[in-house]
Design a protein around this ligand. Sequence first.
Ligand code: GN1
Ligand code: MG
Length: 364
Amino acid sequence: MELYEKLHEVCKLFRIYDEFLGYETIQMGNVNRTYKVNFRLADGSPKSFLVQNVNTYAFRNPVALMDNIDHVTEHIRNKKPGKVALHFHHTADRKTYVIDGDNFWRMTNYVKSVTYNSVKDPAILCNAGKAFGEFQMDLSDFDSSRLYETIPNFHNTRKRYEAFIKAVQENKAGRAEEVREEIDYLLSVQDLACRLTDLYNEGKLPLRVTHNDTKINNVLFHPVDNSAMIVIDLDTVMPGLIGHDFGDAIRFAANFVEEDCKDYEKAGVDLDVFRAFAEGFLSQTAGTLTETEVETLALSCFVLTAELATRFLADYLDGDLYFNTKYAGHNLVRARCQIALAKDMLKKMPQMEEIVRYCVEHSR
Ligand code: GN1
Ligand code: MG
């Protein structure tokens, strides 16, 4: 069946019976597929929704994942009644999803907003930092035992390295020789990249409920005043470390270039962006941080960058099974870009640490 008809059928199962005008593919995320579906209501006015096809290769138990999202969004709604939120539509039998074969569909309201893949405006970055910090604080009293682990060991860097080394050894797509230099670099920084995981295993870092995928394009901003309206993409909300959220956000937002820039040698950390985001994030979280969390926050940026480099490179070696790719070699470009960024972060670690200290002291 054509995607056009398929989406229309899915919308009907979510009990939207208005006149279907068509769909637009939304360039959002490297794992799920997202579509904006457009309708005309009986009174002639337009109305849109978002339909997502959840990647069941990445998320093995999407039903439990939807259950997580239900609990988390309910918890936040109860704390902030009236705040803009995502509402998942229900089918006639009260499910928040439609399963057809290997496809797992869900549908939400469409929030008119702007998103950024790359932004330099300190005010917007500070708002994004606040939004992710606030998100974590909102969930600080959430019972994490209610959360199903949607991707086990998602930010367990030791396990990510094990998987990476296995991908190198198996060399399924026959590409390992071509990327020897990248493999060697990642192996050479393994212990530093695994610092957060090791500290956690030694009981030195506390577990929180974290978002785990804090790319700035997961914040919807108000189209007029650029305030942060809502944090989206809750698929990986799981128990995690504060550095997972801070580090991943910086990895994405503070890079001079986009995550998959072919000019990867231009990748590096923009300290102005770092400062603006850190200010917002720490304004919400500083009061609750332990000394070890503060000490490792700057390092977490390197950790998350190296970790993702192992994931992109492993996927390249496996033959591009996990991440959606737009062209042959896309995962390799992504991996190289993360490696260049990680190297620059190591050079700038003292400045990053100083900025974190300053923001913590001024937020407490
Ligand atoms: C994936 O699909 P998206 O863009 O939300 C990935 C993240 C990576 C990111 C890199 C579930 O996120 O962990 O950091 O790509 N999400 C999953 O762009 O694997
Ligand atoms: Mg995501």
